[in-house]
Design a protein around this ligand. Structure first.
Ligand code: ADP
Ligand code: MG
Length: 260
């Protein structure tokens, strides 16, 4: 049965989507059946996986969530697209913001994505949910559906308050909705080792959080090669197979596989 990993942070532009996509591709390369779910109305994951016009897609996460809200039976494969590098994905489009309104009055409004995940879990080894930096009902739904959390933090944009708030939310979700939710770790992204500030920030994060939460030993380097992949809809492993970003994500994938 699939493991569901939430990738999120309370900050934009820190490599959440890059991490979700690269984990997905990496796990698929390791022979795992992977579904990436785009739970961000900005739909960067959908674009990174090669869907050129997300707003033209007929079926997206919003569609299947509405079917679940309306208690209509659906085929688990509904709306799932496939990237030619072996990753399946459930796309988003900008109308996903509207789902908040549909969710608000519901009983069980926090667990609609969980119901979706339960439905597709038998088909996958890993389900990776990419999320928006806001802590809205959609993100809460993603946390409620997850087995574990990976938090990308870009030391150059460190948002200590945002990190604190996300950790508090995880604790709250664990107490109220999803007692077995675990934190896999904090992943340092866009790391420029030449920057003294970056090295200091990494030291601070390891010092403050390292005792309680794993800070992945592998850091994702800052590289224009990484930035190029999202525009081209291909993986970092295909785009720059011998590069340092591919190597770093490969090491992360190995850790995730070792975690089970
Ligand atoms: P988020 O999902 O947190 O908003 P993204 O993954 O979309 O962040 O990354 C933000 C931007 O930075 C994108 O243009 C992406 O291509 C680029 N990017 C992601 N990872 C790296 C990296 N390791 N080095 C350089 N640029 C990166
Ligand atoms: Mg993103």
């Amino acid at each position: 049965m699939g493991k569901t990993i939430f990738v999120g942070a309370r900050k934009g532009g820190v490599g959440k989507t890059m991490t979700a996509v690269s984990l997905g591709f990496g796990l698929a390369r390791a022979g795992k059946r992977v579904l990436c779910v785009d739970a961000d109305s900005q739909h960067s994951l959908t674009v990174s996986l090669g869907a050129e016009k997300p707003d033209k897609l007929a079926t997206t996460l919003a569609t299947v969530m509405m079917e679940i809200i309306n208690e209509r039976a659906i085929d688990p494969k509904t709306g799932i697209l496939r990237h030619n590098e072996g990753v399946d994905f459930m796309p988003a489009h900008s109308s996903l913001t509207g789902i908040e309104l549909a969710l608000a009055p519901l009983i069980g409004r926090e667990t609609v994505i969980r119901q979706y995940v339960e439905m597709v879990k038998p088909l996958y080894d890993y389900i990776i949910i990419d999320t928006a930096p806001t802590l809205d009902l959609l993100t809460i739904n993603a946390l409620a559906a997850a087995d574990s959390v990976i938090i990308p933090v870009a030391p150059k944009f460190l948002d200590a308050l945002g990190l604190e708030l996300l950790l508090k939310s995880v604790a709250q979700i664990r107490r109220q909705i999803n007692p077995s939710l675990k934190i896999d770790g904090i992943l340092l992204t866009m790391v420029d080792r030449r920057s003294r500030l970056t090295r200091e920030v990494i030291g601070t994060i390891e010092g403050v959080y390292g005792g309680n939460i794993k800070v992945f030993a592998e850091h994702i380097p800052n590289s224009v090669r990484a930035a190029e992949t999202s525009a081209n809809g291909i993986s970092i492993y295909a785009h720059d197979p011998n590069g340092k970003v591919a190597a770093a994500y490969t090491a992360l994938v190995e850790e995730v596989l070792a975690n089970g």
